[in-house]
Write a protein that binds this ligand. Structure first.
Ligand SMILES: Nc1ncnc2c1ncn2[C@@H]1O[C@H](COP(=O)(O)OP(=O)(O)OP(=O)(O)O)[C@@H](O)[C@H]1O
Ligand SMILES: [Mg+2]
Length: 399
């Protein structure tokens, strides 16, 4: 099979970059023309070229694979719109929204997260539980539970986790929507998609609709996307006002999240009278999060009071704490599995089925594991970031 002789390594990346530019341009043209079939074709071409670039340029493999995934998503989105076009051509005179009805279903996620997986945030958990209970109980007509709750605060503090836990604990259908991708992917169709989303949510009630990056839709911004954004927002606000399901006693709770509350319009804010500041964890919450993240391991030798204080001083978020725990666990794993890590190149050559027969041991975690981790992991937040959140909370936060 192998022939001796020269192996020519040809650098294809230049050609690939050029071809990517052409495909991108053609994609944009097709999109502007509204030619869905063409747009999808060129989005797929872009994805394929990005994948080839990933192989050609190993040092940028990750970036190109990410781009490829993005183009795949875009191509999928186009396909979805295309379905509608075909239905129309076929002379089907169903409601327009019907053609988008499948969209809501695509946003359904299964959540196995429960309240126990969240450290701290007791008041917020309680507020969500109360809202859900009030919604469920028979009650006088004038008592209305909140339809939406807004979470704001620095990144990594558990906003997404709260929404997932609400859905997981209630066994509710969980719709996870990122506003930015809704606006960018579907070429001005996002209004219908919001309608379809809430239609699905009603159909599968009880439902938790989680709207992430709420700040990316606004009324006031003056740019290319502003028109689509405005229309989308108007539809969303109408859904939150609940014109459509006044009589319904189904639970559809919208939880929205943002890291940039100061970017929100008044129109949005007025629909979310409950604006909950999800802050960095305090000492006790840090300890709870560490316990959750190291579940099943022996941490009896760790002085959690001391570590808790250090984590507060470091201004760690839940996400940072997760990283600290991972780092500490990594040190422990290396310590107690020396025979594996000293021979890692031999181990890596084993067939995967052989690896699965072996066990990675776990031992106790020590103070030193955490001290090292804390020295390595830095919070990305600046004092100014936190001050912005605090200031906004003082002025607009409300529970
Ligand atoms: N209160 C918490 N309890 C337990 N784990 C937490 C907590 N907060 C964050 N984490 C850990 O950090 C990860 C990230 O949290 P999450 O995605 O909920 O943050 P977020 O507030 O939505 O951040 P972003 O604003 O960046 O979207 C979680 O998956 C979880 O592992
Ligand atoms: Mg999040």
């Amino acid at each position: 099979m192998m022939h001796g002789g020269l192996i020519l390594k040809i650098d294809l990346s230049g050609i690939l970059y050029a071809s990517l530019q052409t495909s991108k341009k053609k994609f944009e043209q097709a999109k502007t023309k509204g030619d869905i079939e063409e747009a999808r074709k060129f989005a797929t071409e872009c994805a394929n070229t990005e994948r080839k670039l990933a192989t050609e340029t190993p040092d940028q493999k990750k970036a190109h694979m990410n781009n490829a995934a993005k183009w795949d998503e875009i191509a999928k989105g186009v396909k979805f719109v295309q379905k509608k076009a075909i239905v129309e051509k076929g002379g089907n005179d169903k409601d327009e929204e019907d053609d988008f009805s499948g969209f809501g279903e695509t946003l359904i996620e299964t959540s196995t997260v429960t309240w126990k997986d969240i450290g701290g945030l007791a008041e917020t958990k309680n507020l969500i539980m109360e809202t859900v209970v009030i919604a469920g109980l028979s009650k006088p007509e004038s008592i209305k539970p909140d339809k939406g709750i807004l979470f704001f605060g620095p990144p990594g503090t558990g906003k997404t986790l709260l929404a997932a836990a609400a859905a997981g604990s209630l066994k509710a259908t969980f719709f996870n929507v990122k506003v930015s991708s809704l606006l960018s992917k579907y070429f001005g169709e996002s209004t219908k998609l919001i309608t379809a989303l809430y239609e699905s949510a009603r159909k599968h009630a009880p439902s938790i609709v989680f709207i992430d990056e709420l700040d990316s839709i606004t009324m006031s911004r003056e740019d290319d996307q502003s028109d689509a954004s405005r229309k989308t927002l108007t539809t969303l606000l109408a859904e939150l006002d609940g014109f459509q399901d006044k009589k319904s006693d189904k639970l559809i709770l919208t939880l929205a999240a943002t890291n940039m509350p100061d970017k929100l319009d008044d129109a949005v804010l007025s629909r979310f009278p409950k604006r909950i500041y999800i802050q960095l964890p305090d000492r006790k919450a840090c300890q709870e999060i560490i316990r959750i993240q190291t579940k099943g391991l022996d941490i009896s030798k760790v002085d959690l009071d001391k570590i808790g204080d250090m984590c507060v001083n470091q201004k760690y978020s839940g996400r940072d704490l997760q990283n600290v725990c991972r780092d500490a666990m990594n040190s422990m794993t290396h310590r107690v599995n020396k025979e594996i890590f000293d021979n890692i190149d031999k181990m890596a050559e084993l067939p995967f089925e052989e690896l699965q027969k072996k066990t990675l041991k776990a031992g106790p975690l020590f103070m030193e594991d955490f001290m090292q981790a804390i020295a390595r992991i830095k919070s990305p937040l600046t004092p100014a970031d936190l001050k912005r959140q605090d200031d906004w909370n003082k002025q607009f936060g409300a529970s």
